[in-house]
Design a protein around this ligand. Structure first.
Ligand code: PMP
Length: 365
């Protein structure tokens, strides 16, 4: 097309010269069904297979204010504050916890600053660090994927602007020990960002550390509450940081509709707790089933399991996809080996489909 090739390509020369670590989401059910002509289940994005409380659908039906810009709903902040047991004036909202994280980067991270990241972990931290031209200091986790506290403390320098802790950690599933994170928080004078996207699935969390002024915790409605598509995340930080957060965040990060749905989720906590209970019991069942098949699998405090595949992860995932089950190849995650795979916990029949596909694959090895 005239004008889209040749001359106009000059704009490409204007792109920032940063090597951005692109965040890649997994294959979709539709893609797999089109490509392989099989009915597919997706166990690759750590979603809640049951969806949100059905009460959300009543909110959707009633909502009319599509033409006006959103406002922050004070009721949602009050409900979040009650849910976590923190003061309302410490809560901020974001377009998913990804959005919260990006705003925290905007608050603290300048070109040349350092960000300390224990690996393997959620790759969007690396994307953001590259977007904000920061230097990442990766610190390998211990063999059981727990934090190498000493390594982290050694990695922190005057230039460190953020230490990022993900608990429970994606993709390894382990929740960090509170004493480990506390030791880090107490020893550094930079902010420690604790991503608790999967906290509801864990037997413990890091909220007790919110008394430290350098702790920022992010949470989300995307996982246990089943609202991933509506993009509602929130953060808790020192109240004096909140206005800085607001000054860097886009003007309307969360739609009123999404906020109303999130509020409804908090008004029906029993529904979420029931989903979490079922998912945790399925998580333990799949864990046992994998162990029974001599697969190396790790204890998880999240809604997914981290395992080592019997053949290279890329090939393993491809073989499962052909059998209609989408799981995540983690071999390209920093700090993961070639056999690293993550499997989200689905509904029992989806999990059975995974185990059947696995058995079929194992019997053909
Ligand atoms: N943190 C972690 C560790 C995640 O795995 C994810 C989702 N993949 C997110 C944050 C982002 O979640 P959301 O933006 O939907 O809240």
């Amino acid at each position: 097309m005239e004008g889209r090739g040749g001359k106009d390509r000059k704009v490409f020369g204007k792109l920032r010269k940063v090597e951005v670590v692109e965040y890649k989401s997994g294959l979709s059910v539709e893609e797999v069904e089109r490509r392989y002509g099989v009915k597919a289940v997706k166990l690759a994005s750590n979603e809640n297979p049951y969806g949100p409380t059905p009460r959300v659908y009543d909110v959707l039906k009633k909502f009319r204010s599509f033409n006006t810009y959103p406002k922050e709903l004070p009721e949602l902040k009050t409900a979040i504050a009650d849910y976590l047991g923190v003061e309302e004036n410490r809560i901020v909202l974001g377009c998913g916890s990804d959005g919260v994280m990006e705003s925290v980067f905007k608050m603290f991270v300048d070109r040349g600053d350092e960000v300390v990241i224990p690996i393997p972990t959620f790759s969007y931290y690396h994307t953001l660090a590259s977007v904000y031209s920061a230097k990442v200091v990766n610190v390998e986790r211990r063999e059981d994927y727990s934090l190498n506290v000493e390594g982290i403390l050694n990695a922190v320098s005057d230039k460190t602007k953020l230490v990022i802790i993900c608990s429970p950690n994606n993709p390894t599933g382990n929740a960090e020990r509170v004493e480990d994170v506390k030791a880090i928080v107490e020893s550094v004078d930079c902010p420690v960002f604790i991503d608790e996207a999967y906290a509801e699935f864990s037997d413990w969390n890091m909220l007790s550390l919110l008394d430290y002024e350098n702790v920022i915790v992010s949470r989300t409605f995307s996982k246990a509450f089943g609202l991933a598509n509506l993009r509602v995340g929130y953060g808790v930080m020192h109240e004096d940081l909140v206005r800085y957060y607001k000054s860097v965040t886009p003007p309307f990060p969360v739609s009123t509709l999404a906020q109303l749905c999130a509020l409804e989720c908090l008004r029906d906590l029993d529904y979420m707790l029931k989903c979490v209970k079922t998912i945790k019991s399925e998580r333990e069942r799949i864990y046992r089933e994998l162990k029974r098949r001599d697969i190396e699998v790790y204890k998880s405090q999240a809604n997914f399991l981290f395992m080592k595949s019997p053949i290279k992860a890329g090939e393993f995932v491809e073989e499962l996809v052909k059998r209609g089950v989408i799981v995540r190849d983690c071999s390209n995650f920093l700090g993961c080996d070639d056999y690293s795979v993550r499997v989200s916990v689905g509904k029992p029949d989806e999990n059975n489909a995974f185990l059947r596909a696995l058995d079929d694959l194992l019997s053909n090895l």
